[in-house]
Design a protein around this ligand. Sequence first.
Ligand code: SF4
Length: 443
Amino acid sequence: MKRVSLHTLGCRLNQAETAVLESRLRRDGYDVVEFGQPTDLLVVNTCSVTDEAERTCRYVIRKTLKHSPEAFVAVTGCYAQTGVRELRTIPGIDLIVGNQFKWDLPSFLPAPQALKKHPAAEVLHTRTIDREDFSVPDVGEPDSTRALLKVQDGCDVMCSFCLIPFARGRERSRLPDDVFREAAILADGGYQELVLTGVNVGRYNHGGTDLVGLIDRLEAVAGIRRIRISSIEPTTVTDALIERMASSSKLCPYLHIPLQSGDDAILRAMNRPYQVRDFTALIERALAAIPGLGLGTDLMVGFPGESDGAFRHTVELAERLPFAYFHVFTYSKRPGTAAAKFSGEVPVQAARQRAKALADLSRRKRLAFAESSIGSTVPVLFESGTVDGFRLGTTAHFLKVGVVSSDDLTNQLHPVRITGASDRWAVGHFATAGPTERKKALL
Ligand code: SF4
């Protein structure tokens, strides 16, 4: 049996897509081995958000060809879409597949028994990506108890730093029936939590079914206990969505809303379609409506023209708003974007210090969020395995919780009483004695 190893760079959407490719390749007769193990086929699903994409891609391929010199190498994803010229120069690549053809990658491969390295990479690519709504040809095999479910692709916003509209094309939505088909299969497979992913999920709209309409119908899928939105742009968080989140027992009280900067001039230069006061008003509305809302954000440092004062505005806002954590990104110049032509470059050292300051603040926020739950009892959905002796899981509002237990708790929901906190996770113990009582407590 031929082996395949898959490696994902970048976002959750890429992870969801790799999961689908993996299950298709498994059906085609491949034995899926972990990345780093000897293999006959390597599939790299790339990202082009930072300029590390090329370096990482080279590294991944070099590492694989070291232990498996005959491995057939197929590269797809955003860097395959935007960096095809550079990819052609990387030795060892046999197939480059642009995002338009990502789902068809398995059919472009030779039959497993005929896998053989090519003298030069074969390229399947279009410069522009069709705008049509889409379906997904398979079901992903999630590697977590939270199953990623892709519902949307592409983006029309054109933030000045972002290559994604070029890499993934314009906005389009997955056919609702196809979403429910995959959701039902995942529920049948025992998954209790769905994470809705996309580039700009809040723009989901198919034939009048918007994101709230889609969630309404997903809530009816038997076996699904939680629905989570992975990340959502501020201008797409509607009052209807807030109301749904406030009243639903399945839609998780959790919003990850990218802010990027707390300075209006920088937001304008980024072409973000909101100002600080709009963002603040949105957060206040959401917090007032949704009890115990878990709130996360993305922040970018080092954008051209970001002065000390502008950065201070970001820090002040990030401190003031009750975020549970931030993801911090350092601006990286991407050729082809509007910002690549901007002056006012921030020195690397200053950008590094800013990123570190925000990462430190995020750790303090995470600790405060965990501490605020001490004394409460919360349902936790557990992952497999242990980390530093703890079995880890998450609450609906996205607090990570660890308990010490000799039981395998994979994909089980249990009420946990929170007794302590760290900047990594909250700790607690089961609120009721045995597994049967714990199950009853959640019904
Ligand atoms: S909203 Fe902006 S940052 Fe997000 S994908 Fe679209 S263009 Fe990129």
